[in-house]
Design a binder for this molecule. Structure first.
Ligand code: FES
Length: 313
């Protein structure tokens, strides 16, 4: 785990249950200073007392510089972050936070449909706020099991007919194919939810009408199969070091093992924090961030196609 030199020590200014399984947490500067600005779709990395890092979408008001708000689901198989936040985090406690980054930005479109499942409501809540403020043509469909699972219900109710709740216990599964196929051409679809929801949407891209685009944020890597790992050499150009990457190590592990302070948080190819610019060679993109063909890579999971690769670090 990296040190905290690029993180801010913030304090929990409010924490409350949105549903029995979801808490919202407000984070503020201990001296009341303004926080770095952010745009809808942005997330922050939180480093907890255990030094584990977790990524959480910002779901508050981007126009409010005094606090960040995140939503955290209690996960039965928590790797630590969810359990700690639900069981131990209290108002006044300090957490370390890396400034917001946005891998899920709102792009200009004639109309928007926001598709949220479960805790995936969090980035879309900030988008809804922005779209409403700018007078955009937008709708939000929020899939949960029943009414007791609807987080941020009061805020959503204020948007009236723009928000539709789909409660699967009574309404059954939403026909996603039909929902996508019925959209007007050119609609921008922003979707976020658990892995089965994201995988289902990924498989339905062919149902989108002409010009419609699906933008998704994933909590977990997209399921894909790659060939067996091959060893390669990475040249860290600014550090002027050549590092051997064995088959059983990630490139990020190898760089750090060579004493290079390479960034990284999720270590699963979904948060974008480890991104490096590629200066020579061809990366094999194994991340879930849509970087195929780009001259940058995520070394927590991505590797080299050839025996050598050079990066700017
Ligand atoms: S550490 Fe998150 S994408 Fe690499």
């Amino acid at each position: 785990m990296r040190d905290r030199s690029d993180m801010m020590p913030l304090v929990v200014s409010d924490i409350r249950h949105q549903t029995p399984a979801i808490v919202s947490v407000h984070l503020a500067h201990p001296d009341g200073e303004d926080l770095p600005v952010w745009e809808p779709g942005a997330h922050v990395d939180l480093q907890l007392i255990t030094r584990q890092e977790r990524q959480y979408s910002l779901c508050g008001d981007p126009a409010d510089p005094t606090s960040y708000r995140i939503g955290v689901l209690r996960e039965p198989l928590s790797r630590g972050g969810s359990h700690y936040i639900h069981s131990h985090l209290r108002t006044g406690r300090r957490v370390w936070v890396r400034p917001p980054r946005n891998l899920f930005p709102l792009e200009t479109a004639p109309a928007y449909v926001l598709l949220a499942a479960g805790i995936g409501i969090t980035p879309l809540l900030a988008m809804a706020r922005r779209l409403e403020a700018t007078g955009a043509d937008w709708r939000l469909v929020y899939l949960t099991r029943d009414a007791g699972d609807v987080a941020f219900a009061d805020e959503l109710a204020a948007y009236g007919d723009r928000v539709r709740l789909h409660l699967s216990r009574t309404a059954g599964r939403l026909d996603l194919r039909a929902a996508l196929a019925s959209l007007p051409a050119g609609t921008a679809v922003y979707a976020c939810g658990p892995q089965p929801f994201a995988d289902a949407l990924d498989d339905l891209r062919d149902a989108l009408p002409t010009g419609a685009e699906l933008h998704m944020e994933r909590f977990a890597p997209a399921p894909r199969v790659f060939g067996s790992n091959q060893p390669f050499t990475v040249v860290a150009e600014r550090s002027q070091v050549e590092v051997a990457v064995p088959a059983e190590w990630s490139m990020l592990q190898a760089l750090r093992g060579a004493g290079i302070d390479a960034p990284g948080s999720c270590l699963r190819g979904v948060c974008g924090s480890c991104v490096l610019r590629v200066t020579a060679g061809s990366p094999e993109h194994r991340d879930s961030l849509g970087t195929t063909g780009e001259a940058r890579m995520h070394p927590c999971v991505s590797r080299s196609i050839g025996p050598r690769l050079s990066v700017d670090i």
